[in-house]
Design a binder for this molecule. Structure first.
Ligand SMILES: *Cc1c(COP(=O)(O)O)cnc(C)c1O
Length: 365
């Protein structure tokens, strides 16, 4: 049986009429940038996240970068970033001009370990960037307490966690700003690049919007040296068609994850650990195995596509070699890179496919 790592088709088939209608609506209006679709999506998405404001951006990386810029975090500042995340989180801080300070994760949850943050705070620290990795919220209570104690901003990277909940509160509503990506494969995905920043601070919302629009507060009037990163009308219209289905999609992802959790019984495989009082949205179903590479070949040979999130940790990437953090310097991130494997999980996966993945893992010796 051939099982892709992800397929967007089942949801697209279900929403086919709505998506084509969204395209036609925008095309007939011939208005593609800064229009009513973007405004409406921002309103709907801020309502969904329970924040006062949402600002559409060109992609997820820019939502984080513009947030840091709006907070005037730049050269000479330090930003705390998890050592186990997609590189975009780190690059946002680097592009802003700040120095990244990598903090190790809790190996059970893969998320930043709140107990290891405080020891890395200095006089230069300006912000913490928790990443709700693989769809599971970080431990936001201790993180917010540390931020309050040291007067730090919290910029949540929510790119993998649309709709995830920590103690009855949606991610993206805890920090100063939440950054979202709508890359097609994310839980809420556009049909191209798109992103958004959520916040309860009007000044920051206006500033993020201006910074992503040439630093302009009104036409041909420039108060910042901004760049160009806006959510275009077509992507906003597609997102408006898909947003009403996000909860159903996340619910289905949770169902598949619980079948994996209950079905996978192999002593060589460590299942993901979900903390109390959260609802993960399972962007990735992440297992660990000492023999990861052999397990990967075993599954691939049986037709099951897998992935690694991520095969090389940030500090060992060539582009960050100036940090001079060699092998062994962040052992938990390295251990995850060496042992982590992501299983297929997407809306529309059939029960037969799910059972096949479970059986193939349980057969692995
Ligand atoms: C996808 C992703 C991003 C970046 O989003 P883009 O829309 O691709 O720019 C940032 N952080 C994390 C954790 C991601 O998974």
């Amino acid at each position: 049986m051939d099982i892709p790592f992800v397929s967007l088709k089942p949801l697209e088939k279900e929403l086919d009429v709505d998506i084509r209608e969204a395209f036609t609506r925008v095309y007939e209006r011939s208005w593609y940038i800064e229009g009513s679709e973007d405004a409406k999506f921002e309103k709907e998405f801020s309502k969904y996240c329970n924040t006062d404001y949402c600002v559409g951006t060109g992609n997820g990386l820019d939502s984080l970068l513009l947030a840091l810029k709006a907070l005037e975090i730049s050269e000479g500042d330090e930003v705390i970033v998890p050592s186990n995340t997609y590189i975009a989180t780190a690059l946002a801080a680097t592009y802003a001009g700040a120095k990244i300070v990598l903090v190790e994760p809790d190996i059970r949850t893969f998320n930043i370990d709140p107990n290891k943050i405080e020891e890395r705070i200095t006089k230069k620290t300006k912000a913490i960037m928790p990443v709700h990795l693989y769809g599971q919220p970080c431990e936001m209570d201790p993180i917010m307490q540390i931020a309050e104690k040291y007067d730090l901003h919290v910029i949540e990277d929510c790119a993998q966690a649309h709709g995830a909940i920590y103690k009855n509160k949606k991610v993206g509503s805890f920090g100063t700003v939440g950054g979202f990506s709508f890359y097609p494969g994310k839980n809420l995905g556009a049909l191209g690049d798109a992103g958004a920043a959520t916040t309860n601070n009007k000044f920051l919302a206006d500033k993020i919007r201006a910074l992503g629009n040439y630093g302009s507060d009104y036409k041909y009037h420039h108060i910042y040296k901004g760049n160009n990163s806006r959510l275009d009308e077509l992507q906003a219209a597609f997102l408006l068609a898909k947003l009403p289905h996000l909860d159903k999609v996340n619910e289905e992802r949770r169902r598949i994850a619980s079948l994996y959790m209950n079905g996978i019984k192999n002593l060589g495989v460590v299942l993901p650990y979900v903390i109390e009082d959260v609802e993960s949205v399972w962007h990735v179903f992440s297992i660990r195995c000492k023999d990861r590479d052999t397990l990967e070949v075993h599954l691939n040979n049986l037709g099951i596509s897998t992935n690694k999130h991520y095969p090389t940790p940030i500090h060992l990437q060539e582009c960050y070699k100036e940090m001079k953090l060699g092998n062994g310097s962040l052992p938990i991130a390295e251990e995850i890179s060496d042992t982590q494997l992501s299983l297929p999980l997407y809306y529309g996966m059939t029960d037969n496919q799910i059972q096949y993945v479970i059986d193939c893992i349980n057969k692995f010796k």
